[in-house]
Design a protein around this ligand. Structure first.
Ligand SMILES: Cc1cc2nc3c(=O)[nH]c(=O)nc-3n(C[C@H](O)[C@H](O)[C@H](O)COP(=O)(O)OP(=O)(O)OC[C@H]3O[C@@H](n4cnc5c(N)ncnc54)[C@H](O)[C@@H]3O)c2cc1C
Length: 373
C-alpha cells in the first residue's frame, strides 16, 4: 500500500495515476475539509500531456479557458514581447479556478482521501515504512509519498531544519466576474518598478488576476486591500484599476512568496518527496502545479513499470530532479527580473525583450512545455 501525505494538486494526481495503474493507495490530508488555496491557476501544455496519461486531460481542459497568447506588457499597455503559445505547442495554456481543478481531481478518486489526518513522522522499517499520524495512529506502508507542500513535515524530518527562501515579494490573487477584455484569450503580465500585475481570463467575462510587489514578509492589509492596490497600480493600463475596483476585498488572497534552493535527493529509504515538498518554486514561471502533476504521473509509471519499489524510486528521482529544479532556478530569476527598480536596467531589459527573436522564445518554450513519459 502506498500512503500519500497531502491532497493538493500533487497528491490527488498521484492518487489518480495509482488508481489507473491498479496500485493500492490512501491519501491522508491534514485539513479537516478540502478548500482550494488561492483563486486561479494556469496549467501549461506539459501538465495536460501528463494528465492525458491518467485520463484527465479532457475534464481538466473543460474547467477553464485556453489562452493562445502570452504577453509581457509595459504599464502603458504596449507589449514588450508576445508569443502565440498555440503555434508552439498543441493545446496551449488553460487557466481555471483552482476549485474546479480540485473538483476534477477529487471526483476521479472518489472516497480515497481521509481528511483531518496529518502525517507527523515516519520510520523506515525493513521492507517498508511506518507512518505516524498526529492523532496518534500508525500505519505500515510500502511507500510514503510526501505531497505535503511547501512546509512539508516529512521533508523536515528527512532533511532537518531548513529555512525557506523569501523572494522579497508578496502577492494578491482574486477571481472577478463581469470583465470585458479586448483579447479574451490573452494572458498578460505587466511589469513595473518593484511591482507587476497579471490578467488571466478563465471564462466568459471571468478573470483571474494577480498583483505582486516588493515587500517584507509578514505584511498585512488594512480593512480594504482594494484601496491600497488601486493606489499601487494607479495610471496603469486598462482594465487593471477597474478590475481591482470590481473585486470584493474579502475575495482577495494575500500570499508571501517563498521557495527553497533546489536539492538533488528526494528519496530516503521508502519515503519520497513530490511537488512543492520536493521543489517549491516561486510562481513566476507558472510551473509549480504543472511540475507536481508531472512528478505524480512519472512516479506512478515507475511504480507500475519497475519490479521493486526501490527500483521505481531510483527511476523517479533520475527522471524528475533536473527538470523540476531547472524551473526552481528560472522561476526565481524571472521574479527578480520582472521587478527591476532601476530605470536604466528596466530600459535595458525592455529593449532586450523587444529584441528577442520569436524563434528563440519559441525554442525555450517548446522545451519547457514538452513532457514525455
Ligand atoms: C501565488 C501563487 C500562484 C501560483 N500559480 C500557479 C500557476 O498558475 N500554475 C502552476 O502550475 N502553479 C502555480 N502555483 C504553484 C502551485 O500552487 C503549487 O506548486 C502546487 O499547489 C503544489 O502542489 P502540492 O500538491 O505539491 O502542494 P499543495 O498544493 O500545497 O498541497 C499540499 C497539501 O498537503 C496538506 N498537508 C500539509 N501538511 C500535511 C501533513 N503533515 N499531513 C497531511 N497533509 C498535509 C495541505 O493541507 C495541502 O492540502 C502558484 C503558487 C502561488 C503561491
Amino acid at each position: 500500500m502506498i500512503l500519500i501525505a497531502g491532497a493538493g494538486i500533487g497528491g490527488l494526481t498521484l492518487g489518480r495515476a495509482l488508481a489507473r495503474a491498479r496500485l493500492p493507495f490512501r491519501i491522508y490530508e491534514r485539513a479537516s475539509d478540502l478548500r482550494p488555496a488561492g483563486a486561479g491557476i494556469a496549467l501549461s501544455a506539459n501538465a495536460f500531456t501528463a494528465l492525458a496519461h491518467v485520463g484527465l486531460e479532457e475534464p481538466a481542459r473543460a474547467c477553464g479557458r485556453e489562452l493562445g497568447v502570452a504577453a509581457i506588457c509595459h504599464p502603458a499597455g504596449h507589449a514588450l514581447i508576445s508569443v502565440r503559445v498555440r503555434d508552439i505547442v498543441a493545446g496551449g495554456t488553460v487557466a481555471m479556478a483552482r476549485s474546479d481543478l480540485q473538483r476534477v481531481l477529487l471526483e476521479s478518486i472518489e472516497g480515497s482521501v481521509q481528511t483531518g489526518r496529518a502525517v507527523a513522522r515516519y520510520e523506515n522499517v525493513p521492507g517498508g515504512v511506518r507512518v505516524h499520524l498526529a492523532d496518534g495512529g500508525a500505519i505500515d506502508a510500502d511507500l510514503l509519498v510526501a505531497a505535503d507542500g511547501l512546509h512539508s513535515a516529512v521533508r523536515r524530518q528527512m532533511r532537518g531544519a531548513e529555512t525557506l527562501r523569501y523572494s522579497g515579494q508578496t502577492s494578491w490573487r482574486a477571481l472577478v466576474d463581469g470583465i470585458d477584455l479586448a483579447e479574451p484569450d490573452r494572458l498578460t503580465e505587466t511589469w513595473g518598478a518593484g511591482r507587476r500585475f497579471g490578467i488571466v481570463p478563465i471564462g466568459a467575462r471571468r478573470v483571474y488576476w494577480f498583483a505582486v510587489r516588493d515587500s517584507p514578509a509578514g505584511g498585512r492589509d488594512g480593512d480594504d486591500a482594494c484601496v491600497a492596490l488601486r493606489a499601487l497600480f494607479a495610471g496603469w493600463h486598462a482594465p487593471i484599476e477597474d478590475m481591482i475596483a470590481a473585486t470584493p476585498a474579502d475575495q482577495i488572497v494575500r500570499t508571501d512568496i517563498f521557495d527553497r534552493p533546489p536539492i538533488d535527493r528526494w528519496v530516503e529509504g521508502r519515503v519520497a518527496l513530490l511537488g512543492d515538498a520536493a521543489h517549491p518554486m516561486t510562481p513566476d514561471a507558472g510551473m509549480g502545479g504543472c511540475q507536481a502533476i508531472e512528478d505524480a504521473v512519472v512516479l506512478a509509471d515507475a511504480l507500475a513499470r519497475e519490479a521493486t519499489v526501490d527500483g521505481a524510486l531510483i527511476r523517479y528521482q533520475a527522471r524528475r530532479v533536473a527538470r523540476a529544479n531547472g524551473f526552481v532556478v528560472r522561476s526565481h530569476r524571472i521574479g527578480q527580473i520582472a521587478h527591476l527598480r532601476t530605470a536604466p536596467l528596466r530600459w535595458l531589459r525592455n529593449t532586450a525583450l523587444r529584441a528577442v527573436p520569436v524563434r528563440l522564445a519559441a525554442r525555450a518554450l517548446a522545451r519547457d512545455l514538452g513532457f514525455r513519459l
